[in-house]
Structure formats: structure tokens, C-alpha cells
Write a protein of this length. Structure first.
Length: 369
């Protein structure tokens, strides 16, 4: 279990203070894959670096299984009421492996040497180290690359080596900071499958930092959404997808399910233009309302038309979830009633453009449920 309480980190720059992490409190259960999503600059990397004290937070506390509660006072970490010694910090860090976007491999060393690196000075014999490196390479399906150099590997293979190295000291936790962001879609998929596999096989807790909702959707159990150093929303991935509450979460979710909609709006495509009496809406369906003919019922009952522009549905953790964007037209009052009906039936309904509002071309959402 990892528990972060009221964590703060501010960078003091000549140009002013940057509050990179502000009052963050999250709890990460043992053996889960916990996602942290946010745009660039949201504070994700700072948060994970604070977790293993690569960055010393200003205040708050971090409780780690096997170490205890580390409290931060005056820019120093305390354990059991005393300032942590470098030895204590190192021992804590050994319990946490880390992988990055750019792999951080030693280019002049072979795959074997890269993975063996964290095993030096651990009292193991050369034979034991070789044995362990082979085990780790088997775990990431790269046994045949033991003697090659990083430059001879693809991006996905480099990340596998980095994962093997991160696991060398048998950490309880693996921090992945944008580990798939430099990879093509196929390699991304294979690394995500590997991470999920390691999570199941080894029971290792994974903290998955990313700016892509597709990554979260694919393997995370829970997710925290960060904006301006704060966690603005947190919960099980299905719940966050089905009923995103914060504006930024809605953006992430809809870009994942209805990727093209934002582009159509940005391009001011004819498809998303609304006339007086029309509303451009974005609907999100969850497991308890997908499949019921709610839309048809609403359209019949209230006599509006819906011209569908985009629709997508998929399974998330075995449960269906769907998104749809379209233009509603008809009597204004009936459209309003139809929207109320959909919302009452747990269809998250967002009016993106209102043909009757002032400045109807405005792309900002005007109302949200
Ligand atoms: N070492 C640093 N010194 C000064 N500012 C930093 C440093 N690291 C990060 N920041 C600033 O803190 C904010 C959060 O950055 P970061 O944690 O890297 O965000 P993310 O990983 O979500 O992109 C940004 O405004 C960034 O410029
Ligand atoms: Mg980052």
C-alpha cells in the first residue's frame, strides 16, 4: 500500500514560484495498476519523483509498505521522528523500480550489463547475477538479446530491458513515467500487455503515469486525474469513464471515445455547425443504460430529431461503455425535456453548441450534466 497525504512541492524560480504538486492525497492499494493522467506540466512526474524521494517534497507524508510513514518537514524527510539517513533513503528506493519514456539505458553497455548494473554491490556472486539476469530476460521475453547493445534494439525492446533492470532488485512497486510515450502503437500495446502480465504474475503494484487515456483504459484499475498540481478526480477507471465529473476528465474521456469530435470542432467542420433550433450534444452511455433504447424513447416521447455525427462503443473491464455526438433539432422546450430525460437515465449529456445561444459558433460547452 502507498499512501500519499497532503503532499506539496513548489519550485522557486527567478520568474516566480511553480506549485508543481499541491495538496495531493491518494491511496494506492497493493497489487493494483494505478494510473495518473494529466496534460504536460500537470505535475505527474514531480509527484512520482516525490514518491521515491528523488525529489524532496516540501510537506505532507508518504507511507510505503516495508518502510513506514515518511513525513516531510522543512524540506527534509523524517522516518520515526528522525531525519532519514542516506542509507535509509537508498533502501527505500530499492523497493521501488522506475521506467521512463526514454529508457535511460547505458548505451556503451550490453543488455546483460545494463540489467546487472543494479545488482552490483548486493553481495551476489557473478554466477548468481548471471542467473538473475537470465530470469529477468525471460520475464520480458528477451533471452536472445543478452549480449547485444541498446543501439541494436527497437524502442519496445529497449523498454523491455529497462523493465528488466527496474525489476532486478525485486521491488514491490514499479513507477512508469510515460514509458510508452515514445513508442509506436504496436510496441505500446506489447509493453502494456507486459506490464499487466508482470502485475498479475509478480503481484507488483504499478503506478502508471501518462497523458493518454488509451493507456489508462487499456490496463489501469484506478486513475487519478491531475491538473495544475492537484488531483481533480479519482476513482475506478470504469466509473471515471462512465461519469467523468471534472471538465478536464471529460476532455480526456471524450477524446478517447470520440477522438474525432474535438478535431471537427477545431476545424469548424460543416458537420458540427448548428442552426437556430439545433444543439450539438455529446452523450456518454454506461453499462446500465447502453442497450436500452433510451435515445429512441426520448426522441419519440419528446418529438425531437437526432442526427448522429459520431458514435463509438466498447468494453471496459468487461462492461460496455459508449459515446455519441449528434445534432438535436426540433422544438426548444422538447429538446430540453429530452435532455432532462436522458440525464435522469444516467446518460451523461453535454451541450457543446447551442444554435439559440449568443455566439452560437462558440466551441465551449455551455451546459453539462
Ligand atoms: N526541476 C524543476 N525545476 C523547476 N520547475 C520544475 C522542475 N520540474 C518540474 N518543474 C515544473 O513543475 C511543473 C510540473 O512539471 P512535471 O511534474 O514535469 O509535469 P508533468 O510530468 O505532468 O508534465 C511544470 O510547470 C514544470 O515546469
Ligand atoms: Mg512528466
Amino acid at each position: 500500500m502507498i499512501e500519499i497525504r497532503n503532499l506539496n512541492k513548489t519550485y522557486h524560480l527567478k520568474t516566480g514560484d511553480v506549485k508543481a504538486v499541491q495538496d495531493v492525497s491518494i491511496r494506492i492499494g497493493d497489487g493494483v495498476i494505478y494510473g495518473v493522467i494529466g496534460y504536460s506540466g500537470a505535475g505527474k512526474s514531480t509527484l512520482v519523483r516525490c514518491l521515491n524521494l528523488l525529489e524532496i517534497p516540501d510537506s505532507g507524508s508518504v507511507t510505503l509498505e516495508g518502510t513506514g510513514e515518511i513525513t516531510l518537514k522543512g524540506g527534509k524527510p523524517y522516518l520515526d521522528g528522525k531525519v532519514m539517513t542516506p542509507r535509509q533513503q537508498n533502501s527505500m528506493r530499492r523497493g521501488i523500480g522506475m521506467i521512463f519514456q526514454h529508457f535511460n539505458l547505458l548505451d556503451r553497455c550490453t543488455v546483460f550489463e545494463n540489467i546487472a548494473y543494479p545488482l552490483r554491490h548486493t553481495g551476489r556472486s557473478r554466477k548468481e547475477i548471471t542467473q538473475r539476469v537470465r530470469e529477468l530476460l525471460a520475464l520480458v521475453s528477451l533471452e536472445d538479446k543478452i549480449d547485444v547493445y541498446p543501439s541494436q534494439l527497437s524502442g519496445g525492446q529497449k523498454q523491455r530491458v529497462a523493465i528488466a533492470r527496474a525489476l532486478a532488485a525485486e521491488p514491490r512497486v514499479l513507477l512508469s513515467d510515460e514509458a510508452t510515450s515514445a513508442l509506436d502503437p504496436e510496441a505500446t500495446e506489447s509493453i502494456l500487455v507486459l506490464l499487466q502480465d508482470l502485475n498479475r504474475k509478480l503481484g507488483i503494484t504499478i503506478v502508471l503515469i501518462t497523458h493518454e487515456m488509451a493507456v489508462i483504459r487499456s490496463i489501469a484499475d484506478r486513475v487519478a486525474v491531475m491538473e495544475d498540481g492537484r488531483v481533480v478526480e479519482e476513482g475506478p477507471v470504469y466509473e471515471i469513464f462512465a461519469e467523468p465529473k471534472a471538465e478536464i476528465t471529460r476532455k480526456f474521456v471524450s477524446s478517447s471515445l470520440l477522438g474525432k469530435l474535438d478535431r471537427l470542432i477545431a476545424e469548424d467542420s460543416d458537420l458540427v455547425k448548428v442552426q437556430p433550433g439545433e444543439k450539438l450534444v455529446r452523450l456518454m452511455f454506461r453499462k446500465d443504460c447502453v442497450g436500452e433504447h433510451l435515445l429512441t424513447t426520448a426522441a419519440r416521447r419528446y418529438g425531437f430529431d437526432l442526427n448522429i455525427i459520431l458514435a463509438n462503443s466498447e468494453y471496459l473491464r468487461g462492461n460496455p461503455i459508449g459515446g455519441m455526438a449528434g445534432i438535436m433539432s426540433g422544438d426548444r422546450e422538447n429538446i430540453e425535456k429530452g435532455i432532462q430525460f436522458l440525464r435522469q437515465n444516467h446518460v451523461s449529456t453535454e451541450v457543446i453548441r447551442d444554435g439559440d445561444a449568443d455566439g452560437a459558433a462558440c466551441a465551449e460547452p455551455v451546459s453539462v450534466s
